[in-house]
Unconditional design. Structure first.
Length: 389
């Protein structure tokens, strides 16, 4: 079983090229980084040089101008080949906020440099320790003073902050009790972290169960030029929401890739490993969990495709993007379970890479949005039941 590809796959040429790139970054590379909690600098550089991280930036700003499904094909392949795009996937889609809502000057200043990798836009500062999923309750405040904003507050789980030049920051600019609606009075800023690090910005890494380079950020009178406000003050929450369907679909593609990696690995081992004088894959107790996770993955893959189709038709695929994210994260987890069980004791040995992938795959039932909140979305917005929170 060379590659586990399916009928729902698109962009075959891109997949083939990404596969070749990933072959230069085998399990040993990721294992070493995992032990050191290191950043995959060489891998990210290779993706940048090949133009993949600028896939969604329009050609007029120096990117490849590819459709969202092509970016999905890139991310899925990275994961299906045993690599991990979490170190850089945000570079692909955070720029969408600048592209859709930024001024022409901001687009000309930032997008071409993001496309070449000269500027890294990897950090996305939304989540805060006290507000959690209730984003509009966030407390970080940006107060306008002359030609700048003074920012005070705190973020948590701002991934890749130590490996990014820019951060897209969501902060309050009107206190929640003075805003017309709780979704108003929030604004989005482009923060050049190089200019404020140690001068109002402190970054503290958080050690997690997998290698994810996530951080806590502290803002103490951090100055941001007023020209770095994206779009209109107070409309930032809407701008962030605009990008969420794309983000969810792309993360779904990563989960599909993880599921394919686990399934391929499990099938190969089930066919090769002989116990009691016959392949373990001859036992239904081994076959069925793998077959079931394959069915889950295929169903999720069709939902992801439906999401990309609607997105690329200019529609808003809220239903598909949310359900695809939930179903694909569950499929990758089911495939991970089947894979580790199929491998018996060896599933726990680091050199098989399964335990690492297993730890990495678990995240997507929680971030960037947890399963309960997706179910709430479906219950309320798709099925018309009362809002539960
Ligand atoms: C490794 C990692 C990387 C991340 N990277 C980023 C990043 O780059 N940028 C960023 O801004 N954020 C990032 N996040 C944050 C992530 O988006 C949040 O962790 C996630 O949205 C859940 O928020 P929370 O952790 O505050 O959980 P909480 O909101 O505290 O929720 C805790 C639990 O309660 C449940 N819950 C809460 N409210 C309800 C409700 N009304 N109904 C039912 N259940 C409910 C949730 O589903 C969850 O299971 C990252 C998180 C992790 C772990």
């Amino acid at each position: 079983m060379e590659h586990l590809s399916t009928a729902a796959e698109t962009h075959q040429e891109i997949r083939e090229e990404v596969r070749k790139l990933c072959a230069r970054f085998p399990g040993e590379y990721w294992r070493k980084l995992d032990q050191e909690r290191g950043y995959p600098t060489e891998f990210v550089r290779a993706l940048t040089e090949a133009g993949y991280l600028g896939a969604l930036i329009p050609e007029e700003y120096g990117g490849a101008g590819l459709p969202l499904s092509a970016a999905g094909a890139i991310l899925e392949t990275i994961h299906a080949e045993g690599c991990n795009a979490a170190a850089c996937h945000a570079q692909m889609y955070i720029m969408g906020t600048i592209l859709r809502h930024g001024s022409e000057e901001q687009k000309n200043t930032y997008l071409p440099k993001i496309a070449t990798g000269e500027l890294r836009l990897q950090a996305f500062g939304v989540t805060e320790p006290t507000s959690g999923t209730d984003t509009t309750a966030l407390r970080t405040f940006a107060k306008k003073e002359g030609d700048k904003y003074i920012v005070n507050g705190q973020k948590v789980w701002t991934s890749r902050s130590e490996h990014s030049d820019l951060m897209l920051l969501l902060a309050r600019t009107t206190p929640r009790d003075q805003a017309a609606k709780r979704t108003e009075g929030l604004s989005t800023f482009i923060v050049d972290m190089r200019t404020v690090l140690g001068k109002g910005l402190t970054i503290r890494p958080i050690r997690t169960m997998m290698n994810h380079n996530s951080c806590e950020l502290f803002f103490d009178n951090m100055e941001v030029p007023a020209e770095n406000l994206v779009g209109v003050e107070g409309r930032g929450f809407r701008y962030i929401l605009d990008g969420m369907n794309a983000e969810r679909l792309l993360i779904s593609s990563e989960c599909i890739g993880d599921a394919k990696w686990f399934i391929k690995k499990a099938v190969n081992y089930a066919n090769e490993r002989k116990v009691f004088g016959r392949p373990i894959g001859q036992n239904q107790g081994i076959q069925f969990p793998i077959a079931k996770s394959y069915a889950q993955m295929r169903a999720a893959e069709l939902l992801v495709k439906a999401g990309y189709d609607r997105f690329e038709a200019g529609e808003t695929p809220g239903e598909e993007a949310n359900m695809a994210k939930m179903m694909s994260a569950e499929a990758s987890w089911a495939a991970g379970e089947a894979c580790i069980q199929t491998h018996g004791g060896f599933g726990f040995a680091e050199e098989y890479d399964i335990e690492r992938k297993y730890r990495e795959a678990r995240l997507y039932q929680v971030a960037p949005i947890s399963t309960n909140l997706i179910l709430s979305y479906v219950a309320e917005h798709v099925l018309g039941m009362p809002r539960s929170y």
